[in-house]
Design a protein around this ligand. Structure first.
Ligand SMILES: C[S@@+](CC[C@H](N)C(=O)[O-])C[C@H]1O[C@@H](n2cnc3c(N)ncnc32)[C@H](O)[C@@H]1O
Length: 199
């Protein structure tokens, strides 16, 4: 397992595939264990790095992960098989914004780690699949230190992307249904919990 993880880190670096920073994934794994999380939904599998590590963090946890890029999906499947997690990790090949999950499926943890400009859309779509007392966790809210400084960014594409993340943070802060805490861990993580009265 350790060997596969190192192999995946190397593959991600060589193929320019963004995966979670070590500090961020360590935080998620600890959270899963401490809170007895049993069902995780991940938006954005890439090559399965975070899905496999989350699945390894406790005996009973199961992960459903959605990926729309075929090459990444195939690599993810290969890695899940390699570590014998076929029964723990369910990899779905589809655009998460188009996927139709059964309404009966409820998740203790929904992890948003896909297209960074679409965070709010993912949040609004998947919040209906949150189990009572479940949490929505989002990664990359610092976006390599650019968040909060979007007006200083020269590249138009990057500036627009960072502005979207800034707007998402505002959306979380102003959301009356959910309370969000922000953590300066890895590339910036948030944890959103549904308020009791808006159940
Ligand atoms: C940051 S990477 C995920 C990294 C992974 N969670 C990890 O830490 O190992 C983002 C992935 O989300 C995928 N993605 C982007 N938009 C998506 C969408 N709408 N539906 C499904 N996957 C998407 C990308 O193809 C990419 O592989």
């Amino acid at each position: 397992m350790k060997e596969l993880i190192v192999e995946m880190e190397k593959y991600a670096k060589e193929h320019n595939i963004p995966i979670m920073q070590k500090e961020g994934i360590a935080f998620l794994m600890k959270y899963i264990k401490a809170n007895n999380v049993l069902n995780v939904l991940e938006i954005g599998s890439a090559i399965g790095y975070s899905a496999i590590l989350m699945a390894s963090s406790s005996l009973n946890v199961k992960v459903t992960t959605i990926e729309k890029n075929e090459e990444n999906y195939m690599e993810c499947l290969k890695n899940v098989k390699k570590c014998g997690f076929d029964k723990k990790v369910n990899v779905v090949f589809q655009d998460a914004l188009e996927v139709n999950l059964s309404e009966e499926n409820k998740y203790d943890l929904i992890f948003i780690d896909a297209a960074k400009g679409q965070n709010q859309k993912f949040f609004e779509k998947f919040k209906y699949f949150l189990a009572p007392h479940g949490v929505i966790i989002t990664d990359n809210l610092k976006f390599h230190g650019y968040v909060g400084k979007s007006d200083e960014i020269e590249s138009k594409n990057l500036r627009q992307l960072v502005k979207k993340i800034e707007q998402y943070i505002e959306f979380l802060n102003n959301n009356e249904e959910y309370t969000t805490k922000f953590y300066d861990i890895g590339d910036g993580i948030s944890i959103s919990v549904k308020n009791e009265q808006s159940a």
